[in-house]
Structure formats: structure tokens, C-alpha cells
Design a protein around this ligand. Structure first.
Ligand code: ZN
Length: 112
């Protein structure tokens, strides 16, 4: 599931219909998808989008992914070993596999 954090702290989550995104706000416990709006809101349930965001947040140690991206962005380009030593290598790999970071000859930069 494609999840993209927004500047205001909410998440855009791609629905199973490709190209359509729902907005998840974990702080408020809300999602804009119909399933949540119609059924789950009343019972404070979690839809699959909220669950996906939660899973993602829990698997990342305290905003680690954003730290990595901010770090690379601030430097422009970072040696891949430096990045892996400084952060969690799984998180770096994940960002690479999702195309948020690009590796070229041992240097990592942000896909712009
Ligand atoms: Zn939802």
C-alpha cells in the first residue's frame, strides 16, 4: 500500500483502486474512505488505511524515515555507508525500494 506523509502530519494512503488516495489522520483517528466514514467512525474502528499507517509508524522507529529523508535533503547527497551507519539500514533499503531515495555508485540522493 502506498503511503505518503503530508506536511501537516496526515497521511495520503492509496486505495486499492490505484490512483485514488484517502487521507488518514492518526491523531484524530480518522480516514476519509467511505468504509470508515459510514461504518467505523461510530465505533472508533480502524479501517485498513489507518491500520496500514499504524503498522508503518510502528515499524519505523520514531519517524526514522523522515529523519533519513531530511538528512539526505539537507546534504543533497550522502554516502550510502554513512547513511546506513547513521540510520537503520532496513529503513534506508525500504526507502530505496520505494523510490524515495536513489542510489547511484554508492551515493544516495533524493529523487526530485
Ligand atoms: Zn480508510
Amino acid at each position: 500500500m502506498n503511503i505518503c506523509k503530508q506536511e501537516d502530519g496526515t497521511y495520503n494512503v492509496e486505495s486499492s483502486r490505484k490512483g485514488k488516495f484517502y487521507v488518514v489522520d492518526l491523531e484524530k483517528g480518522e480516514c476519509t474512505c467511505p468504509h470508515f466514514q459510514v461504518r467505523l467512525r461510530k465505533v472508533h474502528g480502524l479501517c485498513k488505511h489507518m491500520q496500514a499507517v499504524k503498522d508503518m509508524c510502528e515499524s519505523r522507529d520514531d519517524g526514522c524515515y523522515n529523519n533519513i529523508i531530511d538528512y539526505v535533503r539537507s546534504k543533497g547527497e550522502v554516502d550510502s555507508l554513512e547513511l546506513i551507519n547513521k540510520f537503520n539500514s532496513e529503513a534506508v533499503d525500504d526507502l530505496l525500494s520505494r523510490g524515495e531515495l536513489l542510489e547511484d555508485k554508492g551515493r544516495i540522493r533524493i529523487l526530485s
